[in-house]
Design a protein around this ligand. Sequence first.
Ligand code: FAD
Ligand code: DHB
Length: 393
Amino acid sequence: MNAQRTQVAIIGAGPAGLLLGQLLHREGIDSVVLEATSRAHVESRVRAGVLEHQSVDILQAAGVGARMRREGLLHHGIELRFQGSRHRIDFGALTGKSVMIYGQHEVVKDLIAARVQAALPLLFEIRDVQLSGLESSAPRVQFRAEGQTHALECDFVAGCDGFHGICRSYLPASGVKLFERVYPFAWLGILAAAPPASQELVYALHEHGFALLSMRSPTLSRLYLQCAPDEDLDGWPDERVWEELQVRLATRDGFSLTTGPIQQKSVTAMRSFVVEPMQWGRLFLAGDAAHIVPPTGAKGMNLALADVHVLARALVSHFRYGSDDLLRRYSEQCLHRIWKVQRFSWWMTALLHRFDTDNDFDRRRQTAELEYLASSPAAQQSLAENYVGPPLE
Ligand code: FAD
Ligand code: DHB
């Protein structure tokens, strides 16, 4: 068995794990990042696209913001569309802030490039991660790579391995509480080589359900449709996807979608989930490993980045000043933000989707809420300040 040592073992090379490695590196703290899949896989996984203004600042301060600043699209508002009418929520006027449209896999590519450039350890396609000694001051991570078993001795383990990872299972069942809501629908998402038909994101509610028009660049559109959780993609040839998007996004003033070759098509389940606390002994969970939000509020990646921003500061405090106060408060500090964002993501989801339990009362109430938003600066302010992101504490 090959044995190595590091200060922080990071499980998972998504936005959370990679940013944590970068933040620690800038503070002179060693880490090893272990990823189950290949570099090509994580660099091409199309997922989130909206960065809160503070996520932009965090990435910039971490030294990985140059390409994002050049290629990202700064957005100062979104459009809500219902009953064939358009209603703009003006983030600039309401909050003085904006968001950045920049694909998650681009963030991941920038973070991997920085890690490779600095020749820091990042291992892909590793298998069978097992943790031990989490309640001691010398945890150990065992894993398999290229047919061999390896052991990594460390001071801390950061569980950044996403919702389906293994780190969360090391929290003792008797010591944690899980909170969960599963939604009775999913999103069918496409990436298409088509110029976006709107300059800003459009969140639409139609009799058939939710639709979202987003983008990645002036030539790439990203669109989503509410569908069944077990939707069969075989039933959605490209023409049907475009027809249904056009129906749901139609306006009385004749909006027309731009179409183009669909490069990617997938179905994403919708869930709200939190584990409390997010830490046990020397294991600290961050990002989707600890919480999931339904994507309607565009928050998952932003929460992952905010968690590791807090965790990096706590680890610096431990290694540099010998103080564990911030580490002890890690979970509490993150959960404060997480529950605010859970509420917002649930609210945006309830506002903009058809539920299979909807009755006439629910439909009228939903329309009344959308009309209230369209007409009340106070209601718009609440949406805007949550969408651009609550302040980092
Ligand atoms: P992940 O990105 O899931 O990374 C975890 C990594 O750990 C993965 O690379 C995985 O392969 C690896 N791993 C798993 N198990 C192991 C193991 N045993 N050993 C080693 N490695 C392991 N969020 C937003 O902020 N804005 C949006 O607009 C948005 N839109 C979304 C749209 C869709 C369709 C989807 C699916 C998600 C969206 N999200 C959005 C959510 C966002 O993508 C996630 O919240 C984000 O990926 C979380 O990052 P993470 O690093 O915590 O986890
Ligand atoms: C995108 C994803 C979201 O979940 C969202 O709310 C807005 C945009 C996107 O992928 O572009």
